[in-house]
Write a protein that binds this ligand. Structure first.
Ligand SMILES: [Zn+2]
Length: 327
């Protein structure tokens, strides 16, 4: 029996329900917020209000995508889950190097050393100091996904050891992997690298690939066995909705079992609670109506929102044991 690891404990994949596959429900300081105050999503009360609104439309689970030392706060993620009843999966891993700066410790460690840090987040609990310094206090709140980031066209020399560390952690624990694809590009190179490192690609999600509206590219990505995470559906403005177009193609190609949906809403201006648009309800109201109008009915939406993320975010391998929910 496999399981999904949430901030309040392990649950069965069937308990996830409607899942947003790449979110930012807490960003609590760190370099991103210093660079742009729009990233400040540290207010649990406000984010709980936003989540409750989406939960009223059926949201069951969010997968947070802010990894080590970039604004992650495990205690706040757990509090958010307790307050709202929405399952939250917290990440370990590292984001793109631009969120750390040139002198960050992560540039000076080996893949094995990184893998030990990632593994401890998954098996023991996320550091209360978020790996921002040498003193580690584990919270007991465990990571359920590894987030890593590639660069334009694929993993750079800096990214490669981080991907190798993620792969090593996956081999040790079965934890799923969520990647950032810069501009939607480089996803084939990422899947190739992770596959070469022995990762089960059915537990890998390649994010933002719907930035590249190219049917052939998405067929190739699906053929790797990895999952495609589309999160651009509200960002097309006056242009035709490329995310919707890709979903129509994937359904026609019989590949809609390979796609999961998210919003990647990392800025205050996307949230109603801060006066922004379209709000966290978007995928379940506005975009679901667009899907319905395009002929992608209830059974397709169930696959995208429920069935696909449940398989993706389950730990790989059958060794997992469900542990009691911890709070
Ligand atoms: Zn993101």
């Amino acid at each position: 029996m496999s399981f999904v690891r949430t901030v309040l404990g392990d649950i069965e994949p069937s308990e996830l329900g409607v899942t947003y596959a790449h979110e930012h429900v807490i960003i609590d300081g760190g370099r991103p917020v210093l660079m742009d105050p729009q990233f400040d999503l540290g207010d649990v009360e406000a984010m709980a209000t936003e989540l409750v609104g989406a939960a009223a439309l059926g949201l069951g689970t969010v997968v947070d995508a802010m990894p080590c030392d970039a604004g992650r706060n495990a205690a706040k993620l757990a509090e958010l889950s307790r307050r709202t009843g929405v399952h939250v999966v917290a990440p370990t891993g590292l984001h793109h190097e631009r969120w750390y700066g040139p002198t960050h410790w992560s540039h000076r460690v080996t893949p094995d050393e990184l893998a030990d840090l990632f593994t401890a987040d998954v098996t023991d609990g996320i550091d209360d100091h978020d790996y921002s310094g040498p003193i580690v206090h584990r919270t007991g709140i465990r990571a359920g996904v590894i987030k890593v980031a590639g660069s334009e066209g694929g993993p750079s020399d800096r990214d490669r050891p981080v991907f190798e560390a993620a792969a090593e952690t996956h081999r040790r624990t079965g934890v799923p992997i969520l990647t950032h694809c810069e501009g939607g590009t480089g996803a084939l190179e990422q899947a190739g690298l992770l596959g070469d490192c022995g990762v089960d690609l059915a537990h890998v999600a390649l994010s933002h690939v719907d930035k590249v509206v190219d049917r052939g590219y998405h067929r190739e990505l699906a053929a790797t066995g990895a999952r495609l995470e589309y999160d651009q559906s509200f960002r097309w403005g006056d242009r035709p909705n490329g995310t919707l177009q890709l979903l129509e193609w994937m359904v026609e190609d019989g590949l809609d079992d390979r796609v999961v949906l998210g919003m990647d809403a990392a800025k205050r201006r996307y949230y109603r609670v801060f006066g922004g648009e379209p709000g966290l309800t978007w995928l379940l109201n506005g975009f679901s109506q667009q899907l319905e109008a395009a002929g992608l009915g209830e059974h397709v939406r169930r696959r995208l929102f429920v069935d696909n993320p449940a398989r993706l975010y389950a730990f790989a391998g059958a060794a997992g044991v469900i542990e009691g929910r911890r709070s």
